[in-house]
Design a protein around this ligand. Structure first.
Ligand code: F6P
Length: 322
């Protein structure tokens, strides 16, 4: 293992820079040349690599976004495009590839690796926390803290004006973010795609509270339909004859300085990814299991994304939101 490439792909997530920094500095420490590829797989398609020295990743651990930039590269789903990228990497004597990103990123990496690409290790980075085989993805903690701060602020207004709010959080097809911020923010109702409830059921829940509430916050996971809370608010108003305000947190949740947890986990994962390549591992990902950063199998190509299943947390919220 002499030359490796690192890239960030898909949606950005806070902590990606900490992971890049760890990859570059670990690689450099052990005598590897580390190259960066800009804009995710698009950089491979464009055949552009940049040598990354330790000083190139100075002063980035505290910043959100990704210094390598990221893109969702539709072209990479085409085998002929991947073949060209594989040949480009081979002709540049690249022995190892580290990809940082979400499900789409991992899918692309698994295909390239199966088709004879360089040894590949994935680092899970997405605010959705929805990658199989790991309990945690880099960026999730920062996103849930960002959303929680927003909810705390909205709560002030909700309470001062006796108002009801729907707060929509991200999570393409998963409710992990909504459940955590809902519980920590004292939401009256949490709506997630894995355990979807009707608007009538939400209205019933709000009226069934043990004590009369003059304001409420309903946390809604966007569930692949960004903006869906607007229609829900209209329907709730029709049923309850009470106004509902909507706040869609959107991309505010993707940016910002990564939390301590994201910086630490990203650093550990970057270090482990490089060490794993040096130990001739491939087609694997770094993961968090029972609180430890370990190496795990790549999700299978036909495996769907990880979804929220822990119904106990929803029951807990039912009990606590009285
Ligand atoms: O996967 C991360 C995520 O932020 C999802 O929560 C969201 O559905 C999606 O990306 C938004 O993607 P984009 O930034 O491309 O609109």
């Amino acid at each position: 293992m002499k030359k490796i490439v690192v890239l960030t792909s898909g949606g950005d997530a806070p902590g990606m820079n900490a992971a890049i920094r760890a990859v570059v500095r670990t690689g450099n420490y052990y005598g590897l040349s580390v190259y960066g590829c800009k804009l995710g797989y698009q950089g491979l398609v464009d055949e552009k690599l940049i040598l990354l020295e330790p000083e190139n990743v100075a002063n980035c651990i505290q910043h959100g976004g990704t210094i390598l930039k990221a893109e969702r590269c539709a072209a990479f789903y085409e085998k002929s495009v991947r073949d060209r990228c594989r040949d480009f990497l081979a002709s540049n004597h690249i022995d190892g590839l580290i990809v940082i990103g979400g499900n789409g990123t991992f899918h692309g990496a698994a295909l390239l690796s199966e088709e004879g690409g360089p040894a590949t290790i994935g680092i899970p980075g997405t605010i959705d926390n929805d990658i199989p085989n790991t309990d945690y993805t880099v960026g999730f903690d920062t996103a849930r803290n960002t959303a929680l701060q927003a909810i705390d602020k909205i709560r002030d207004t909700a309470s001062s004006h006796n108002r009801n709010f729907l707060v929509e959080v991200m999570g393409r097809k998963s409710g992990f973010l909504a459940v955590d911020v809902g519980i920590a923010g004292g939401a009256e109702v949490i709506v997630i795609p894995e355990f979807e409830i009707s608007v009538q059921a939400i209205a019933d829940k709000l009226t069934q509270h043990k004590r009369p509430k003059q304001s409420s916050i309903i946390v809604v996971a966007e569930a692949d339909k960004p903006g869906r809370s607007i229609e829900m608010a209209e329907q709730l108003e029709k049923i309850t004859h009470v106004p509902y305000r909507v706040c869609i947190l959107g991309h505010t949740q993707r940016g910002g300085s990564p939390t301590m947890m994201d910086r630490l986990i990203a650093s550990e994962m970057g270090f482990l990814a490089v060490k794993s390549l040096m130990e001739k591992e491939s087609h694997k990902m770094t993961a968090v299991k029972r609180g430890e950063v370990v190496l795990a199998a790549f999700p299978k190509l036909d495996e769907s994304m990880r979804v929220f299943t822990d119904k106990r947390l929803l029951e807990l919220n039912e009990v606590l939101c009285v």
